[in-house]
Design a protein around this ligand. Structure first.
Ligand SMILES: NC(=O)c1ccc[n+]([C@@H]2O[C@H](COP(=O)([O-])OP(=O)(O)OC[C@H]3O[C@@H](n4cnc5c(N)ncnc54)[C@H](O)[C@@H]3O)[C@@H](O)[C@H]2O)c1
Length: 618
């Protein structure tokens, strides 16, 4: 694959995932990624959220996969997911190659003694290969999130993958019932490392747990006392085969039982609540059947009995949840969140750090997705179509706007672009519009305003207006950050002192013994004149400022004039000034003149690089 194609495949939105355990759940997830690749916005059967904060399903990309089974290791993940003993349904008829080869992980306690007693096509067959360096693979592939699908009871293996995620600085989703994200010690480790995690033990999209919880919650809400209850699950996949080993089942039992118990008015004794896998029935394959019984005491101590039977394909039912978990974790990464994601874990997992009702957790997740409160407002100074302008200043703002729009989308913040209506707006129009923005309803919300301080002669008025602003102010390309007498969150823009230096270096190349060097000030000082002047004077202290406010000054042929904008350069041309002109940018008219040297290319590269760098670090 060419580099070009690769670059096209990965965008800023790409969510790079790694998976440990290419069993039935991984099969359903990877099939789902291919199956839903071309979905359109709106309601899509089978999905809770077609998009989350602008992330589509097609943004999720597998970059690394680990397993230990010799029928899977060494194969492209698209083939490994259909290798024995996997037996889930094949709902994606044309499974494309992932380009990711399943790599050998350390076996540890992933394969139980009991599993060794089953026939080959119903059990794990560990490969003899050496384990790869999981941390190195995670780092090299640029994985952002590791999803752990170890078999139930794999305490050591799960701890190994959780630690690998920490060591590789990768977020972690624990889909199985070993307690990582719900364990305070592990949770702290993720928090300290600045990495988000989501777990533990995925709650299927519409499975036995959520139905049992809903019934338990209904009992509580309607004042019915639950006297006893059981949930028995049977199935024929390796998950059920593995869970026949009673000693490996402890955490699964705790996870499932607590998930239901947390919804009841009063805790039931061990004798009166039984939740868990009941048996392994090979002919059921990946179909699971759940039987839920509840006995309650209602009004006048009369009995209420409920008996529910659920039939479901087990593994796709979990993939529909993980597909949301992945995007929520990516949003958390974008927002630089760390540690367990509480609401998301409570909604999507059976054993979160903090249990909530499903309604509370659902609301929490929706609020998390909405981002609810954030606004980003940009207030460009002069052009309605920023990208069309040749001015560096506009290019920088245009770049900042694009980046902010992207960030706003990621954070579900509202992006409010207040471009002025005309291509060039005058100072009064600018101040009026700024006042409008500052006094607007939106300003009452948590808001960050990106504003340019371009009209240095109107600084006082701007400061007066902006004093009314209650949110954060980010100064974009201001005349000089230290000149702004307002609390400024940060300053974005190129290093104009450096640009001044670049101009000075060019001017010195043209300098003759008798040359005088002028810096031309123009009334349209949209650029940070003071900073550029500082840069020039650091190399040419004798440079003289001449102002176009006072008309064209007397300049000789051997002199050099540094001009910051096309309007200034044009004014010099119109006045038939034959001196060497060092300009920052040029237009058609300027280009024709032989005495103008334009640093367009040099400055542009520098400006763009700086502009980008400063946005990225802010
Ligand atoms: N609806 C659901 O299917 C559901 C719901 C909740 C939780 N879970 C949990 O998710 C986990 C995965 O379920 P599954 O159905 O995919 O199981 P599975 O048995 O189909 O797959 C487990 C995979 O892990 C591999 N493995 C074993 N040890 C390993 C190691 N040390 N390193 C790397 N790979 C190793 C196996 O070879 C196998 O491919 C289970 O713990 C299950 O209880 C599943």
């Amino acid at each position: 694959m060419s580099q070009k194609t690769k670059a096209k495949e990965c965008t800023e939105n790409t969510i790079k995932i790694a998976i440990s355990g290419i069993g039935n759940c991984a099969s359903a997830l990877l099939q789902g990624l291919a199956y839903y690749r071309k979905i359109k916005p709106g309601f899509v059967p089978g999905l809770m959220h077609p998009t989350i904060c602008g992330y589509h399903i097609f943004d999720i990309k597998l970059v690394a996969a680990f397993d230990v089974d010799k029928r899977k290791v060494g194969k492209d993940a698209s083939l490994a997911i259909f290798a024995k003993p996997n037996n889930t349904t094949r709902f994606c008829k044309k499974m494309p190659k992932t380009g990711v080869i399943v790599q050998m992980g350390p076996v540890l306690d992933g394969v139980s003694e009991l599993m060794k007693t089953y026939p080959d096509d119903r059990t794990f067959l560990p490969s003899e290969q050496e384990s790869v360096d999981v941390v190195r693979v995670l780092k090299e592939t640029g994985a952002q999130i590791l999803i752990n699908y170890m078999p139930v009871g794999s305490k050591e293996a799960t701890a190994f993958y959780a630690q690998s995620a920490l060591d590789a600085n990768v977020a972690f989703i624990n889909a199985m019932p070993e307690f990582i994200c719900s364990d305070k010690t592990w949770a702290k480790k993720f928090e300290n490392a600045g990495i988000p995690c989501l777990g533990d033990d995925v709650k299927s999209q519409l499975g036995a747990t959520i139905i049992h919880r809903a019934l338990a919650h209904l009992f509580s809400q309607r004042g019915i006392s639950c006297e006893n209850s059981y949930q028995l699950n049977v199935g024929g996949n390796t998950d059920f085969a593995n869970m026949k080993a009673a000693e490996r089942l402890k955490s699964k039992q705790v996870s499932k039982t607590e998930s239901v118990e947390s919804q009841l008015l009063k805790r039931l004794s061990y004798d009166n609540l039984h939740v868990g896998p009941a048996d392994y029935i090979p002919f059921l394959g990946d179909n699971k059947e759940a039987f839920i019984h509840m006995l309650g005491t209602g009004f006048g101590e009369n009995q209420i009995k409920i008996f529910t039977r659920l039939e479901v394909t087990d593994s796709p039912n979990s993939a529909g949840v993980i597909i949301d978990a992945i995007r929520l974790v990516r949003v958390a990464l974008d927002r630089k969140m760390k540690g367990p994601l509480l609401e998301c874990s409570a909604f999507l997992m059976k054993h979160p750090l903090i249990q909530m009702t499903d309604d509370e957790a659902y609301e929490g997740v929706e609020k998390f997705i909405r981002g609810d409160h954030k606004w980003i407002t940009v207030f460009p100074s002069r052009t309605s179509d920023l990208s069309q302008s040749g001015e560096f200043y506009s290019e920088i703002f245009s770049e900042i706007c694009k980046k902010l729009e992207y960030l706003a989308k990621k954070n579900n913040a509202t992006f409010w672009n207040n471009s002025v209506s005309e291509k060039y707006c005058n100072e009064d129009e600018y101040l009026l519009k700024l006042k409008e923005v500052v006094l607007s309803e939106e300003n009452k919300k948590e808001n960050t305003l990106f504003v340019s301080f371009c009209y240095i002669n109107k600084m006082k008025q701007m400061e007066k207006i902006l004093k009314e602003f209650s949110g954060n102010i980010v100064a974009v390309n201001s005349p000089s950050p230290e000149n702004i007498k307002l609390p400024i969150l940060t300053y974005l823009g190129p290093d104009d002192v450096k640009i001044g230096e670049l101009l000075a270096i060019e001017a010195l190349k043209h300098k003759k013994a008798s040359s005088k060097i002028y810096i031309l000030e123009h009334k349209e000082n949209y650029y940070p004149f003071a900073l550029r002047e500082k840069g020039i004077k650091s190399l040419i202290p004798q440079a003289i400022i001449v102002s176009l406010f006072e008309g064209i000054p007397e300049i000789n042929k051997e002199d050099i004039v540094i001009s910051f904008g096309n309007r200034s350069t044009e004014a010099l041309i119109d006045a038939n000034i034959k001196a060497t002109i060092i300009a920052i940018d040029e237009n058609k008219k300027v280009k024709k003149e032989t005495n103008v040297t334009c640093l367009d290319q040099e400055v542009s590269e520098y400006v763009n690089k700086i502009g980008r760098m400063q946005i990225a670090t802010s």
